[in-house]
Design a binder for this molecule. Structure first.
Ligand code: GDG
Length: 491
């Protein structure tokens, strides 16, 4: 992958900018020592080796309690600790920044807005002001890191919508790209954003704006046209504002497929699978799995209602089908998340109370973060995987399940409202808003003949690409654009 970046940009250094950092230093109090945590996210683990090979810079919020301890006077630390090869530039957020920029504007306004939940949005002037302030500080950090250099700056996600315009204003010759990981809403919903035009102006300063799937890119262009007054060329998929053209494309993100295959086939796994299956269900029974951050966009209560209905309507599935839900708590400082967490626990308790027997528990709820290698084993064990998001940019769980299904007999139930559903072929489509539909599809999956299951899984695997394909495509498109722009040709 570093080669792909170098092909696209022979003489530019890569600067990645994201809210979350790839390495976090934390105090282990009882030992009086610092430990380094690597957040398990797919994006950080895919980009980290690229930066290690290229030696660029990653700018992010220094969120670890030991982060300040290890940086130099410019807030920089070389990472990874065991073989330092690139620079992590940390930016500090105080409690007010976290409250207004991160929990406020990013996660209580942009997140629900983009996931079509206007009733959950909170519009507060202070949130917006801090969001602008933190974005300016991110932009300052980019300018410092890019000083005196030709650079390609890659922003990530909804926390940083305003930073590109600040960077563009000061360094017009830098090439800027942004990847928006979550959906972009239709203009009818986006109009709720009082500061919608300013957010668009921030993002239109990029040369390349990437979305997960085409409909989100189209929504963005429509918003740019009607709310920011940009001139949109629908054939070329560009939006031009104040003489600057932003190219808008879909790049469906994916996972490190080989890493999941490897984890799902490691030595000794057969015995482990047999043990796990015995633990969750009797011999011959079937297991379903769901893996989600505890987020209202993932449709967890809807999934639980469908399971309830299924065991009610098809009593023959009691003691024969068990569901395992991995639900990692997330953004617990926000009320809507706290409420969701309680609701999910309550529903699971009610279902287990209603259908459970002396020898069988219908739902196992695991509210803990498991290592990715253990997830792969659970995915391989599960006969069905349920993704019931109400809205989802892509949904990587669907792809992880397919990658881990090395025997090729599992069935994927996939919500129509995920980016993955636009892209993948072979899943059983489900409508999470309709519990009867979801319950019936689930029973259908459990009764599906093995040949049909294998056929579907083959199609799913054929449509599965890797995160490295995703990155290569972005670098190639971005490099072509940069080379064709005035002054963008490589020197
Ligand atoms: C955003 C967009 C888009 C979950 N529990 C554990 C664990 N996970 C991992 C999964 C998966 C990831 O978290 C969740 O990814 P998703 O794609 O499902 O969703 P978001 O977190 O909402 O991500 C989404 C994504 O960005 C990428 O662009 O697809 O649409 O919302 O990888 O495996 N990982 C480990 N232990 C757990 O217990 N290790």
């Amino acid at each position: 992958m570093p080669v792909r970046f170098r092909e696209a940009f022979p003489d530019r250094q890569l600067i990645v900018v994201s809210n979350r950092e790839p390495y976090e230093h934390r105090w282990v109090q009882e030992m009086g020592e610092l430990e380094v945590i690597r957040p398990a996210g797919g994006l950080t683990s895919a980009l980290d080796p690229v930066l290690q090979a290229l030696g660029g810079t990653w700018i992010a919020w220094g969120s670890g309690d030991g982060d300040a301890e290890v940086v130099d006077e410019h807030d920089r630390v070389r990472v990874p600790p065991e073989a330092p090869s690139y620079t992590l530039r940390r930016l500090w957020l105080d409690q007010r920044d976290i409250h207004h920029y991160y929990l406020g504007f990013s996660n209580q306004f942009l997140w629900p807005l983009c996931h079509l939940r206007p009733a959950l949005t909170r519009i507060r002037r202070r949130h917006w002001e801090r969001y602008g302030d933190v974005n300016r500080r991110f932009a300052e950090a980019v300018l410092e890191e890019a000083a005196g250099q030709r650079a390609a700056v890659w922003f990530h996600d909804y926390h940083l919508a305003l930073a590109p315009a600040h960077v563009r204003a000061r360094r017009p010759e830098l090439t800027l790209a942004h990847f928006w990981h979550i959906p972009w809403p239709p203009v009818e919903v986006y109009r709720i954003a009082t500061q919608g035009a300013e957010l668009l102006r921030g993002l239109l300063a990029n040369d390349l704006m990437g979305f997960q799937v085409r409909p989100f890119a189209d929504n963005f262009l429509r918003c740019a046209q009607t709310m920011a007054g940009a001139e949109v060329d629908w054939d070329r998929s560009t939006a031009t504002l104040d003489g600057h053209t932003c190219h808008v494309r879909a790049f469906p993100i994916s996972i490190d497929v080989d890493a999941y295959v490897e984890a799902a086939t490691r030595p000794g796994i057969d015995a482990q699978l047999a043990r796990l299956k015995r633990r969750f269900t009797g011999v011959g029974g079937q297991v379903g799995i769901g893996v989600d951050r505890l987020d209202y966009s993932k449709g967890l209560p809807e999934r639980l209602k469908a399971l309830d209905l299924m065991w009610l309507q098809y009593p023959e599935l009691r003691e024969r089908f068990t569901f395992l839900q991995v639900a990692v708590p997330s953004r617990t400082d926000i009320e809507a998340y706290d409420e969701l967490s309680h609701k999910v626990e309550r529903l699971v308790w009610q279902i287990n109370d209603r259908f459970g027997t002396g020898i069988w528990q219908p739902i196992h709820l695991l509210k803990e973060h498991l290592p990715a290698s253990r997830l792969a084993v659970l995915y391989r064990m599960a006969d069905v995987c349920v993704v019931s998001s109400l809205q989802d940019g892509m949904n990587l769980v669907a792809k992880e399940y397919v990658a881990s299904q090395v025997d090729g007999t599992g069935v994927l139930l996939l919500s129509l409202f995920t980016g993955a559903s636009e892209e993948m072929d072979g899943a059983i489509d489900v409508n999470p808003y309709d519990p009867e539909n979801l319950a019936e599809r689930l029973r259908e999956a459990l009764e599906m003949p093995v040949e049909e299951r294998k056929k579907r899984m083959r199609r799913l695997k054929a449509s599965l690409r890797t995160i490295y394909d995703w990155m290569a495509e972005i670098f190639a498109t971005w490099g072509r654009l940069a080379a064709s722009q005035p002054g963008g040709g490589q020197t």
